[in-house]
Ligand binder design. Structure first.
Ligand code: ZN
Length: 341
């Protein structure tokens, strides 16, 4: 049975007028700006950079427009431009010349990451240099750790490798070591190794909450680190879990992490919020290659207004409670602000 609704004019009465009018505060751009609860500052952004062996190399990564594989010389020039726009920090990923099953390139003082750290600290000294620490870019099998006989990752042997890698970064002058491997106990192992060698001021930004996610796809192409067999579900977190994320974050803080990170961003902003509520250290979020690639692809097709989508993505991270945002949009965002001035 359908109810017949009598129009209010016929009933001879008016609808009640709204007693609250939140739209008053949205009336003009000035008003909206005045009452904005969150904003993104360039000072909170970290730009990921990929360093390759050789010289005079700058190749755009096919699935990540405006992101490049660069040799140290070109990377330093690029980093100067980033610093000139006010970007405070870069996060380095290395693509080594050779890979082997022991990831021996990870702690090589002449590896691309170590060379880039030294060059950046020499030529762009005010720029904070962070370096990702994981075995998967250096292992021939593409796994994040050393394998035991049955092809599972040997957690505790991998800790020694990570500690050596962290020490080599610190000796090159890195400001922040960023372990991304998700091995148990690695923050403590890295902190111990750094302190033992006097690197007491080298900070640790831990990928405390890193999910086994499909949103890393383009990155794996960028660093050629897709596992040769199996996947990363035995060490990275399972997407349905959020309570466990708090546990991982608290463990890393207890082990000595200076900053804890959640990765990816968009599909996990609830997790960022939970971690923010649980810890008293800065929280970072990593907006992944997959998030970037899907936005760039949609924008290239004219399906999305890229600058607005970028702003929304970044402010959503702040709204969720992130202090620091690692994003492939860092340069575009800083550029946009510089041009608006
Ligand atoms: Zn890895």
């Amino acid at each position: 049975m359908r109810l017949r609704v009598t129009p209010h004019e016929e009933r001879g009465e008016d609808l009640p007028v709204p007693s609250q009018r939140p739209r008053r505060l949205r009336r003009t751009a000035a008003m909206r700006g005045l009452v904005a609860e969150h904003s993104v500052r360039v000072q909170n952004l970290v730009e990921p950079m990929f360093v390759v062996p050789g010289s005079d190399i700058r190749n755009e990564i096919a699935t990540m427009p405006s992101v490049y594989h660069q040799s140290v010389d070109r990377l330093v020039e690029d980093a100067k431009r980033a610093a000139g726009l006010g970007i405070p920090a870069v996060l380095l990923f290395g693509i080594p010349e050779h890979k082997d099953d022991r990831a021996s390139g990870l702690a090589d003082p002449q590896g691309p990451v170590q060379r880039a750290i030294r060059a950046l600290k020499r030529d762009v000294p005010d720029l904070l240099v962070m370096a990702d620490l994981c075995a998967c870019e250096y292992t021939s099998h593409g796994h994040c750790g050393l394998l035991s006989g049955d092809d599972t990752i040997d957690n505790d042997r991998t800790l020694r490798l990570l500690a050596e890698g962290a020490l080599s970064y610190a000796e090159a002058g890195v400001d922040v070591v960023a372990p991304s491997d998700m091995m148990d106990g690695r923050v403590r192992a890295v902190r111990h190794e750094l302190d033992r060698h006097g690197h007491i001021d080298t900070a640790i930004l831990s990928y405390a909450v890193k999910y086994a996610s499909a949103f890393y796809g383009p990155f794996r192409e960028a660093v050629a680190s897709a596992p040769a067999f199996g996947d990363r579900r035995t060490h990275q977190m399972d997407p349905p879990n959020a309570r466990e994320a708090v546990k991982e974050a608290l463990l890393d803080v207890a082990e000595g992490a200076d900053v804890v990170m959640v990765k990816p961003a968009l599909a996990y902003l609830d997790v960022v919020w939970r971690v923010r509520e649980a810890v008293n250290v800065p929280v970072a979020v990593y907006s992944t290659s997959g998030e970037y690639a899907m936005m760039k692809a949609a924008a290239a097709n004219g399906w999305l207004d890229e600058p607005r989508a970028m702003d929304e993505l970044l402010v959503s991270c702040k709204r969720a409670g992130a202090d620091v945002i690692v994003t492939y949009f860092a340069r575009a965002f800083a550029d946009k602000l510089a041009k608006a001035r």
